[in-house]
Each structure stands twice: as structure tokens, then as C-alpha cells.
Design a protein. Structure first.
Length: 484
């Protein structure tokens, strides 16, 4: 029995048939090494159209349908080409093989994630060197590149000639290779970390992609059958609030965050507060449960400071036994009367303070000796020690030798050793700024503000003096504040 219109030939038989028949050959579809061809005759009428219909049906329908059509065509074989019964059986076998192979390709072409969404079928791969996408429709932009040869695990090689950008919600993938012959959507973890401001946290069942600058989650992947599949943006956003509380993560500062009553959660909410404050607040608010919280990494990074200097064990026994001196400046805005510095002198016993505005640092060599002589004359006392930094303006060796004054200097870059006057600078500047802001005066009046701040501070009680003022210790009676 023979069927007309369609014939399956090997490559050699096809060429011989073409030469002998001298007909036009139109290729339809490759099937397992053989080719299905339509041998269209140049004869007029129904021969050409019958051949087209037969070949199309034969290439697309089941073998049973082909058998029925062959019986219909069998009656009319006068003007068309024919082939033998063995060739017909070969057609059926090849079509069945082609149908099985096509179904196999369709089931393995793309790895789809458990959610079934194509945007969720991206797989996070730590071994891939590049992002790979086989679907052209996902690219936001696509540009040609130098061809890159990619070797697959089955020892076959595919070529990528285009790359582009793909947006996956908040996650943007750049330089993604377009490989239509590939079988999966891959996100290269090394490339993602290199070209994106993000970090990746792996847990037992989930993987979180966090933005470094804001610590905001921009992507999440779920583990399934040993692979981490990227979740849809809406799914990831829905899980962002409770992901930490439902996933057993190994990061210490997140390990205890389970419910609103957990102490670690309140430690984070309250700005990494101390256990002492957290314990006190747990007595006031019933929602806060106290338990000792180990300091987290953030606490160590944010709250580190230098080790404190030990307090000086030397204490003056009388007024003017030891004075601390230092210069503040230059100040960015010169005062209205042309000053850019001020000299601060603090008595160690009473903490009484004197201020002398300066136009130049060198003015200290004139002002400081004059101050010492005046004070010794007024209080009938001799200065024994003076402490300063290593500024050249304080090196008055001849004057100190004449007066029998011992000059103490701090170590280089160690202002803590002269902390009395350093802390006094902070106090003076705080009060001076407050006076200028209150009076709505410009900064150029700072010299008057500093003098007035000194006058006030000398009359304020201080805990360092057992709630007595420097003025009271120096003069023996409480100051008069009526002039203020």
C-alpha cells in the first residue's frame, strides 16, 4: 500500500529523488535525522494543494489520523508520487518518536519553582559566574556583546551574544546573559554581591537579600529540593514583616526575636538601650519582659569609646597652689573688637575662672605674667605650680625661674591630663551660645558672651565643690546676684 503526497527519505535518498524527479523540494521539519519533505509537483490542479495538506497534517497530527487520511488519499494516485509500505511504517515510527521527544523537551526546558510563577523560577547559584536568562521578554534592555561560550554540565557548549538588564521588583539584575538554548533562570551570587549594594543571609529554609545602606529586604528565596528559588516580589513583601520570627536564623542579634515581649526585640526598638534601663522600663510597661540581654554586635560598633583616664590623685590644699591654663581658638568669626582667641585660667582648689581675650597667641607671654603678679599681690599668696600643654606661648622659663614656679606640661596629644581647663572650655562655650541665642545677637559678640558666662559660672554651685560656688570658696561668702 502506498500513500501519495509526502515522503520521508534519508539524506542520500533525498538527493537522488530530487535529481530524478526534478521537483521543487520544500523542507518542513527535522525529525530524528530524517527530513519530512513536500514534493510539490508542477502539474496543475489538485496535486500541489493535496501535497501541502497531506504534509501539514502528517507533521502535526497523531499516527491514527495519518492512517485515516492515507486511506482517503489511496484512491487517487494517478498524478502524485508514492512510496512503499515499509516507508509508511517508518513514517509512523518516526512521528511517534518525534512526539515523545517533543514532550520530553517541554518538561525539562525550564525549571519552574514550586509557586509555578515564571518570575519565581530564578535560582540563586553560588557557582555561576554570570546571570543567565533564556527568555527574551523579561529583559528591560538588551544589547549585543562579544560572544561568550558557556560550557554546560552535559559537556555541551552554548553561546551568549546579548546581555541586558532585568527588573525583578526591588532587585535589579545587570549584565544578564541572554541564552535561549539554556534550561534555567540563574542568579549568580558572586556577581550580585559585586555589582549590587546588598548582602545575602542564608537560613535553613529561606534566603534574604538585604540592601546594605538601609537594611531593607529587596528579595527573598525559598529552599526547595536543595535549590533556593527567588520568590515573587509580592510574596517576599508579605513575608518581610515576619520572616525573622518564623525562620530559625543563625545570626545572634536576630536569634531571640520571636514575640513582642522578648527582651532582644525591645533592646532593638529602644535604640540598643542598657539592661539597667530595660529592667526599669519592664516595671512600668507590662508589654516589656526583662531578661538579661547579651550585648549585640551593633552595640559594640556604635558605642565604642576610649578607655577613661584615671582621676588625678593630687588635690590642691589652698587657693593659687596650682592653676590650669589653656587657649581656645582660633574662632571662625572674629569678635566685634577684633579678638580671635581667649586664654582660660582655672584655679585647681576653688575652680574659680578668669578669661582674657587674645588677638594673637603671642599675647600670652605678656598677659600671663601680669596676671600672676596681680593675683599674688591681691591675695598675698605665691603661685607654686602652673599646668599647660606644650604650646610655645607658655614656655616662660625665665619668668618661672625668677618666681620659683614649677611648670607642668601634658604629654603630646593628651589633653586629658589638663582636663580641668578642657572641661571648663566646654562649660563656657555652652553658656555663651545660650546667651547669644537668647539675646538674638550675632556671633561677633562672642567675646562679651564668654566674659558674662565666666561671671555667671563663678557664682553657680557645683557638685565638685559640694554644692558651693567658686566665688564662695575664694571670698568666704555667698555672691550677690542682685546685679544680674
Amino acid at each position: 500500500m502506498e500513500i501519495t503526497g509526502v515522503k520521508i527519505l534519508s539524506n542520500l535518498e533525498m538527493l537522488n529523488s530530487v535529481k530524478s524527479a526534478r521537483k521543487q523540494i520544500i523542507p518542513l521539519k527535522p525529525v530524528s535525522g530524517a527530513l519530512v519533505f513536500l514534493l510539490a509537483t508542477k502539474k496543475s490542479g489538485r496535486a500541489a494543494s493535496s501535497g501541502v495538506n497531506s504534509s501539514a497534517n502528517l507533521a502535526e497530527v497523531d499516527p491514527d489520523t495519518v492512517s485515516q487520511q492515507s486511506q482517503m488519499v489511496e484512491a487517487n494516485t494517478n498524478d502524485q508520487f508514492t512510496f512503499s509500505k515499509d516507508q509508511y511504517q517508518a513514517i509512523l515510527a518516526l512521528l511517534q518518536q518525534s512526539k515523545t521527544a517533543s514532550a520530553s523537551v517541554n518538561t525539562t526546558q525550564i525549571s519552574v519553582s514550586p509557586s509555578g510563577d515564571i518570575s519565581s523560577s530564578w535560582i540563586l547559584d553560588s557557582g555561576a559566574t554570570d546571570h543567565i536568562c533564556p527568555s527574551k521578554v523579561l529583559f528591560k534592555s538588551l544589547s549585543p556583546i562579544t560572544p561568550i561560550h558557556i560550557k554546560l554540565p552535559n559537556n555541551t557548549t552554548v553561546t551568549a551574544s546579548f546581555s541586558g538588564t532585568i527588573n525583578l521588583g526591588n532587585l535589579i539584575l545587570k549584565n544578564v546573559l541572554y541564552v535561549p538554548d539554556f534550561f534555567a533562570f540563574l542568579i549568580s551570587i558572586p556577581k550580585l554581591l559585586s555589582y549590587t549594594d546588598c548582602m545575602i543571609i542564608f537560613c535553613e529554609q529561606m534566603c534574604f537579600i538585604m540592601q546594605k545602606s538601609t537594611f531593607q529586604m529587596i528579595g527573598a528565596a525559598k529552599q526547595c529540593r536543595g535549590l533556593f528559588y527567588l520568590q515573587h516580589s509580592s510574596t517576599a513583601k508579605q513575608k518581610s514583616c515576619d520572616s525573622v520570627s518564623h525562620i530559625s536564623c543563625t545570626i545572634p542579634q536576630f536569634a531571640n526575636v520571636v514575640s513582642n515581649k522578648e527582651p532582644m526585640l525591645w533592646h532593638l526598638r529602644l535604640g540598643h538601650t542598657s539592661n539597667k534601663i530595660l529592667k526599669h522600663m519592664s516595671l512600668i510597661y507590662t508589654d516589656i519582659h526583662f531578661d538579661y540581654v547579651q550585648p549585640c554586635d551593633t552595640c559594640h560598633f556604635a558605642k565604642q569609646k576610649k578607655l577613661p583616664f584615671s582621676h588625678s590623685t593630687k588635690k590642691s590644699l589652698r587657693f593659687f597652689e596650682l592653676v590650669h591654663v589653656d587657649i581656645w581658638g582660633p574662632i571662625a568669626t572674629s569678635s566685634i573688637d577684633g579678638f580671635k582667641y581667649f586664654l582660660t585660667i582655672v584655679d585647681d582648689f576653688t575652680h574659680f575662672t578668669w578669661i582674657h581675650p587674645l588677638k594673637l597667641k603671642s599675647d600670652v607671654k605678656t598677659i600671663l605674667p601680669s596676671f600672676i603678679l596681680q593675683t599674688e599681690n591681691q591675695f598675698n599668696l605665691k603661685l607654686q605650680h602652673i599646668r599647660s600643654d606644650n604650646g610655645k606661648e607658655f614656655l616662660l622659663h625665665d619668668f618661672y625661674s625668677t618666681k620659683g614656679i614649677f611648670h607642668e606640661t601634658t604629654c603630646v596629644e593628651t589633653p586629658q591630663q589638663n582636663s580641668i581647663v578642657e572641661r571648663k572650655h566646654q562649660h563656657l562655650l555652652n553658656v555663651s551660645r545660650a546667651l547669644l541665642f537668647q539675646a538674638h545677637l550675632p556671633t561677633c559678640f562672642w567675646s562679651f558672651a564668654v566674659k558674662h558666662a565666666t561671671h555667671i559660672i563663678n557664682r553657680l554651685p557645683t557638685p565638685f565643690l559640694k554644692l558651693k560656688s567658686p566665688y564662695e570658696l575664694l571670698h568666704g561668702h555667698s555672691p550677690d546676684l542682685t546685679h544680674l
